[in-house]
Design a protein around this ligand. Structure first.
Ligand code: BGC
Length: 789
């Protein structure tokens, strides 16, 4: 890494209070403050931040128009890859593009937990499990920051719904927060040291995250040792001075000096120590010094060649961006994310319907508008203007040529991508562009309009079918009539998965449901196989069609290379190896927190505690459509020889090994998952919790050992009432006793099980006995915040 371009301490000493305060907010949406005046030891440059996380979104100065960049799979799709090294490579490519386009901090990754499948932003998050999300988040940060570009770990914390996101108050107990909603952030901070952390919009126990001292200082800095800068989410600060005191360094976007003046006034009035301003300013200066690449490179070679908002990049600019290599990487990543959920034997051959055979001669009917224009990403600030997009239909034709026939089957919903503002498309959904509800009301006109479209599109998706929709169904059924195999592309329109909006149900739009039903009737009549290619960033309900189709491939929102990846998987050129990292429930009523979703009167109670995702379904022994960690392959894997070796019983260090064998005739990859259970703890604990995973690539007949090392924390829970040596309350407790170790191919396909016994951790004070516990009224955490509710 290049040496810092200026001496942070010397500059800090030379800045006036007003200048230091002005460093603590942006000059606009994307730039930090710069200084260049006589008397300073050296000038301080501005740095530019830009959205990610799934590709670079460098704004052009025109609202919602971005400089093209490679659109990689979104986090939920990358989560399904369970592949740390792939995540690192993707993030490194995003970092290279950021450098090429002159952006010094990329706003991501997002590691929030998926509490409900309805959250409109689940596609931006990895998982319902903190170890999984923390590992992939750390890989992202390491890959990105390895290129000299800073990450912004977001949205800290407990931002688990979009409805009322700027004011909803999350009410959760400390154990739930520490074990579930903070643990992925903690893992990333400890493993990868992100140079910034972005606080979330919501309130936590009544206090906005941006002003929450417990969160930003006690947990993040004091407990986890974080040294980087805390940035606000955009417009998340309500009281600048309170936020500064709580530990928030950089407010974004800028407020044209309004909040800087509040900081200066508070210092002059003796309400705020100048040392607090100094510390925050130092952290912002350290960030600038760390990421600023020098004047020659700051603008980025792509931008140095000039770019007019809305234009495509020139051939030379694409070369500088490494657009071809990155597109190949996007395709590789997409292939690693695709998850084969179901693959039933065909009635005649009794072999699974996938992969389709390249050598066969029968017609393959490729139905669905997403086959032509795939759903590559979600809506909102993470949207990327892709350098190109592979069409699945073209890719399928390039493999199977004239065997492929196609019909759209349904109309793309409005705003399926960011160029899609066509009045005819609106009309086909029974919507009018002039609808009053679409009138622009707020600052970011386009975004607000998108949200209004999103609501209307979701509403339209539940209405009876229009005549256009019926005609498209008839056409699709006719096209598929003589096919040997039918592949139908369905999924959620972009408007269903959109920042600042949640889904209203788990259902696919009614025209797509009708299409699947028609094709399922056809399958029963003609004997054709029926494969569903499902593109969604979060689970959908599969009733009533699930049992009427032979195969289901979940693509996730897998970025600009997904078209070719889908064709490769359908025809077996790539063996699928994705596994879902979010449970697919049978019905929304089954989901954790359902009765409390999405809160009432400004508050949402996380009454289910630590039991989210598979922890919830397993505790209730409730059936699910597809469990966490599930994904099939075109080969099969055997698991043997589980061994536990206690390396240090007192320190809680245990080595777990087993052997995995590919017993099929194709190469493939398996995600080996390690779960730990603590059946007789003093508190209610989940049946099993993911504590490790490895993705193994094995040739036909090949075996390989897998090894995991567990440490004390992997067996521990958060004890909210125990006192620490420093007088604060709450600590990680590894209670002595028996633990269950499970190795699985999914959370509900456990292949090997063993037990071990560990002693109490002697460094932790003994458990408060039940009798005494009754006299402890509540933890200081709850007392401390109750007053603010
Ligand atoms: C989003 C952030 C994003 C920021 C800047 C906010 O509305 O919540 O994720 O990074 O805008 O676009």
């Amino acid at each position: 890494m290049a040496p810092p371009p200026f001496d942070v301490d010397a500059v800090l000493a030379a800045l006036t209070l007003t200048e230091k305060a002005s460093l603590l907010s942006g000059v606009d949406d994307w730039f930090t403050q710069s200084f260049d005046r006589p008397g300073l030891p050296s000038p301080v440059p501005a740095i530019e931040v830009g959205d990610g996380p799934h590709g670079l979104r460098k704004e052009t100065g025109i609202d919602m128009v971005w400089v093209p960049a490679t659109a990689f799979p979104t986090a939920s799709a990358m989560g399904a890859s369970w592949d740390r090294s792939l995540m690192r490579r993707v993030a490194a490519a995003i970092g290279e593009e950021a450098r090429a386009e002159g952006v010094q901090v990329v706003l991501g990754p997002g590691v929030n937990m998926k509490r409900s499948p309805l959250c409109g932003r689940n596609f931006e998050y990895f998982s319902e499990d903190p170890v999984h999300a923390g590992e992939l988040g750390a890989a992202y940060v390491a890959g990105l920051q390895g290129t000299g570009v800073g990450a912004s770990l977001k949205h800290f914390a407990a931002n688990n719904q979009e409805v009322e996101r700027t004011r909803i108050s999350v009410v959760a107990d400390e154990r739930t927060l520490r074990e579930t909603y903070l643990a992925a952030f903690e893992r990333v901070v400890r493993l990868a040291d992100p140079w910034t952390v972005m606080c979330s919009y919501n309130r936590l126990l009544g206090v906005h995250a941006s002003q929450n001292r417990w969160l930003l200082t006690e947990v993040l800095r004091e407990d986890w040792g974080y040294r980087g800068a805390v940035v606000s989410d955009w417009d998340a600060v309500h009281d600048r001075v309170a936020a500064l005191r709580a530990g928030l360094d950089l407010e974004m976007p800028g407020t044209q000096g309004r909040t800087d003046a509040e900081i200066v006034a508070a210092v002059h009035a003796g309400e705020l120590a100048e040392s607090v301003v100094d510390e925050a300013a130092r952290r912002v200066l350290q960030l600038v010094a760390r990421v600023y690449p020098g004047p020659a490179e700051a603008r980025g070679p792509v931008m140095a060649l000039g770019h007019v908002a809305g234009d495509r990049l020139s051939a030379e600019q694409l070369r500088l961006l490494h657009a071809d290599e990155h597109h190949e990487l996007a395709r590789e990543a997409a292939a690693a994310c695709l998850t084969l959920l179901r693959n039933q034997p065909a009635p005649v051959t009794e072999t699974p319907v996938l992969p389709l055979t390249e050598e066969a001669s029968g017609t393959v009917a490729v139905i669905g508008a997403f086959a032509d224009r795939p759903r590559i990403q979600g809506g909102g600030s993470s949207g990327v203007d892709p350098t190109r997009v592979d069409s699945p239909l073209d890719a399928l034709r390039s493999i199977a040529g004239r065997r492929i026939v196609h019909a759209p089957g349904y109309v793309h919903a409005p705003k399926n991508d960011y160029q899609d503002d066509n009045p005819a498309v609106f009309a086909a959904h029974g919507l009018s562009m002039d609808d009053d509800r679409l009138r622009v009301r707020r600052r970011s006109a386009t975004l607000v309009r998108d949200l209004q479209v999103a609501e209307l599109v979701q509403h339209a998706g539940r209405l009876p079918l229009s005549d256009t929709a019926r005609d498209l169904l008839d056409e699709a059924t006719a096209v598929a009539e003589t096919a040997e195999a039918i592949v139908v592309f369905v999924g959620l329109p972009l408007s269903y998965e959109q920042e600042a909006n949640d889904r209203v149900s788990l259902d696919l739009p009614s025209d797509q449901l009708a299409l699947i039903s028609r094709l399922a009737d056809l399958r029963e009549r003609t004997g054709a196989s029926l494969t569903v290619v499902l593109s969604s960033g979060s689970p959908v309900a599969m009733d009533p069609w699930h049992d009427r189709v032979d195969a289901i491939v979940e693509t996730g929102l897998a970025g600009q290379g997904m078209g070719a990846a889908i064709a490769d998987v359908l025809f077996g050129r790539v063996n699928p190896s994705g596994k879902i990292a979010e449970t697919f429930p049978l019905a929304i009523e089954d989901t954790p927190g359902f009765p409390n979703w999405s809160g009432e009167r400004g508050t949402v109670l996380y009454g289910e505690g630590v039991f989210i995702g598979y922890r919830w379904y397993d505790a209730l022994r409730r059936p699910v459509r597809y469990p966490f960690g599930h994904g099939l392959s075109y080969t099969e894997f055997d698991y043997d020889d589980l061994r536990l070796e206690v390396l240090d019983a007192v320190a809680g260090r245990v080595r777990v090994t087993c052997t995995v064998t590919n017993r099929g005739s194709r190469a493939g990859a398996e995600v080996v998952q390690l779960y730990v259970g603590d059946p007789d703890a003093a508190v209610h604990r989940p049946v099993r919790e993911l504590r490790g995973f490895e993705k193994l690539r094995l040739g036909p007949g090949e075996s390989a050992p897998v090894s995991f090392e567990l440490e004390s924390r992997d067996f521990a829970y958060w004890d909210s009432v125990a006192s620490r040596a420093d007088g604060r309350t709450g600590l990680w407790r590894r209670e002595g006793g028996e633990f269950r170790i499970e190795i699985g191919s999914s959370s509900r396909d456990i292949r090997l099980t063993a037990s071990l016994t560990l002693p109490d951790d002697p460094t932790i004070p003994a458990l408060i006995p039940d009798a005494e516990l009754l006299s402890v009224t509540s933890s200081r955490f709850v007392d401390g915040h109750a007053a603010q509710l």
